[in-house]
Each structure stands twice: as structure tokens, then as C-alpha cells.
Unconditional design. Structure first.
Length: 360
């Protein structure tokens, strides 16, 4: 599909008013997206686990206005409190999607959003937030175009979400989601995420993700700036090649449930992502001392016990601990005894692979 396929035809009757609610999950990338081209297109493909309990719930109330314009007027509330600091981001998003949902300009929207994780946790809510909002907007589109097929509904929700925040393209479907064109992956696209189309061993269907909150503060360098620094980065091309190779390398690993290979690929991805940050111009470091302490503890624990637990990182200091469900108890004891002291206020979030967005 191309961008043009997401431009709708002539609108039917526009509903006067209504209310829609969706819940969309957060996701954690195994192969990381870092670097983008104009139009929120990724410079390399990525794949992620959809999470289960870390999610955003959004309700959109829409009402037709007397004089339509190019973009909708809106108010945004976070946890019941008006959140004007989000307005710029949402306005930019509405401008970007206006060609794909021109009917939005005929509406005033009241957007109410809340996260299931504490907003001071340092966990980015842009992926789940943009996905939940896009799904609400797609429901409005379906009210106008009742023939809209389910497959297009999901693809376009991912397509719109991507225009809000790249990784949000991977926060619609459940399980494993791939985003970005890769020759060897049928149906893959830079425009939207797709359910990972190959066989996946059952061990990865219930994989656990415990998020250790090392630093709950605001990041010093935003993802937007970080992606931008990949332009002209001396190692950019090798990094993009590496991500492509890792994505292909993951296929037999996921199919066979090869945990040692999974661990080495996933940890290598996390450290390569941060290595790109450290070698940007200007350079920066998002890991904190606690992040490194945890990584070293995981390596020592794995060496001593053979438990297949590994880490990954997103663009921040928090550590995602990934492990099979059958190791839940021993890993929980390990976290309590050895890792909690590195978490800010002893906080962590328990999550696992989830089944995707849900209409509420
Ligand atoms: O979606 P963004 O622009 O916030 O970028 C997310 C980038 C990483 O989380 C670091 C990697 C990824 O693929 O999710």
C-alpha cells in the first residue's frame, strides 16, 4: 500500500456527535528503531513485543461545528486535568493526518486520556497514547465510512499512530509487531506495523517484561532529537545494516525458541542503540549508574544460575528485564534481592506480552 491508499473517498453523512474509547498498549522493541526520514519513516525496520498492562486509555467526544476548518479544534485532558502542554504535539499530529482524515476539521474534540502506569515513571506514553487516539479517530472514520474493512482499520490506525510517534505504529496489534520495509518480510512497510508474520515458539507468547524504574525524571535528550542525530552520524549506515541483519537473524531464533541466541541478539540491540547516542554529535548518555549496575548484576546472575533472563533498554535509563514465564518465581526473587536497590523509590512495573489494543 502507498500513502495515497489511506486518503478516503467522498464522505458519507457526518455524525453529529458521539463518544469513543480505546485502550492501546505500550511496546518494547527487540530490534530498535533509531533514525528517521521525513514523514516519520524509519531508517531501519524494527520489531517489538506488545505489552499487556502498560497501556493508555483514551476517550474522544466529538461534536460537529458550524464552520469546519482544516484541522479539528480540541481540548486535551490527562487524568481528568486539562493538559495544555500536550496541545502542541497533538496539533502537529492533526496537521500531519489532516489529508488522511479530512472530515476531522468538521469537529470539536474532547480528548480524555489516562495511562495505567504512573505518569512520573519515566515510561514513554507517546506510543500507547498516539495509538489509542488514532484508534478513536479510526472509529469516527468507520462511523462515516461504514464499509471500512477491519484489516484497513488496523493498518490505518497504525499508519496514523506512526505520524504521531514512530514506535506507536507498533502499538495496535498484539504479540510481536514488525514495522519497516524489509525485503525478507512479506507485507512489511515503512508506513505501518504488521503482526510478525512468521512462526513464533510458544515460549515467546507469554514472555515477561519487568520494567525497573531506575530514573523517573524527564530525559535530557528527547527521542526526536536523538533520531535527528542519526543524520550524518558516522556509524549510521552500519547501524542500519546491523538492525536489518538482526531482524533476519531473529527469525529462526523466535521460531525455535533459542533463548541463548535471543539473549545475545536483544542485548546487543540495546547496547548498540545506546552506543549510537554516545557517538552522536553532540554525544549524550541516557543510562545512569543504576542502569549499569543492573546490567552487570544480570550478567553475573545468568553466569551463576543459567537462568535465561536478559535486558533491553529504550531511550532512557530504565531497564526492561525479559524472561520466560516459567522462570517468573526465581527472577522475582532475584529482582527483590539484587536489583530493587537500584530502582528509584524501589519502583518497578510487572508486565508481559499482551494481545493488542482493545475497544472499551
Ligand atoms: O517512537 P519514538 O520516536 O519515541 O522512538 C522510539 C525509539 C526507541 O524506543 C528507542 C526504539 C524503539 O524502536 O521503540
Amino acid at each position: 500500500m502507498t500513502e495515497k491508499d489511506f486518503i478516503p473517498g467522498k464522505a458519507g453523512t457526518l455524525p453529529e456527535k458521539g463518544t469513543i474509547s480505546w485502550q492501546a498498549p505500550s511496546n518494547i522493541a527487540l530490534v530498535k528503531y533509531w533514525g528517521k526520514r521525513p514523514g516519520q519513516l524509519p531508517t531501519n525496520p524494527s520489531v517489538s513485543f506488545t505489552l499487556d498492562t502498560s497501556a493508555t486509555r483514551t476517550t474522544v467526544k466529538y461534536r460537529r461545528v458550524a464552520t469546519p476548518s482544516g484541522v479539528p479544534t480540541f481540548q486535551i485532558f490527562l487524568d481528568g486535568v486539562e493538559a495544555p502542554h500536550f496541545a502542541d504535539k497533538i496539533s502537529t499530529f492533526f496537521e500531519r493526518i489532516s489529508i488522511y482524515q479530512p472530515f476531522l476539521g468538521a469537529y470539536k474534540l474532547e480528548i480524555r486520556t489516562e495511562n495505567t502506569f504512573p505518569h512520573s515513571s519515566g515510561i514513554a506514553s507517546s506510543a500507547s497514547g498516539m495509538a489509542a487516539l488514532s484508534l478513536c479517530l479510526m472509529d469516527l472514520e468507520r462511523a462515516i465510512y461504514p464499509d471500512l474493512k477491519e484489516e484497513l482499520f488496523k493498518k490505518k490506525a497504525s499508519f496514523l499512530a506512526r505520524l504521531g510517534s514512530g514506535s506507536a505504529a507498533r502499538s495496535i496489534e498484539g504479540g510481536l509487531v514488525e514495522w519497516g520495509r524489509q525485503e525478507s518480510i512479506p507485507g512489511s512497510s515503512d508506513l505501518y506495523g504488521i503482526p510478525y508474520p512468521f512462526e513464533v515458539h510458544s515460549i515467546f507468547r507469554s514472555f515477561q517484561d519487568t520494567i525497573l524504574l531506575v530514573d523517573k525524571g524527564e530525559k535530557q535528550v528527547s527521542s526526536t532529537v536523538g533520531h535527528g542525530l542519526m543524520q550524518g552520524h558516522p556509524f549510521a549506515d552500519s547501524r542500519f545494516d546491523q538492525a536489518r541483519q538482526h531482524l533476519d537473524g531473529l527469525r529462526p531464533v523466535l521460531q525455535e525458541g533459542d533463548l541463548p541466541a535471543f539473549i545475545s541478539l536483544v542485548e546487543s540491540e540495546a547496547l548498540s542503540l545506546h552506543a549510537m547516542m554516545m557517538s552522536s554529535n553532540p554525544y549524550f548518555i541516557l543510562m545512569k549508574p543504576g542502569t549499569l549496575e543492573i546490567i552487570n548484576s544480570i550478567w553475573a546472575y545468568r553466569r551463576e544460575t543459567g537462568t535465561p533472563v536478559c535486558f533491553t533498554l529504550d531511550a532512557g535509563a530504565n531497564v526492561h528485564l525479559l524472561y520466560p514465564e516459567e522462570n517468573k518465581e526465581v527472577v522475582s526473587a532475584f529482582i527483590q534481592e539484587e536489583l530493587l536497590s537500584y530502582c528509584q523509590d524501589g519502583q518497578y512495573l510487572k508486565d508481559q506480552v499482551g494481545s493488542g489494543a482493545l475497544r472499551l
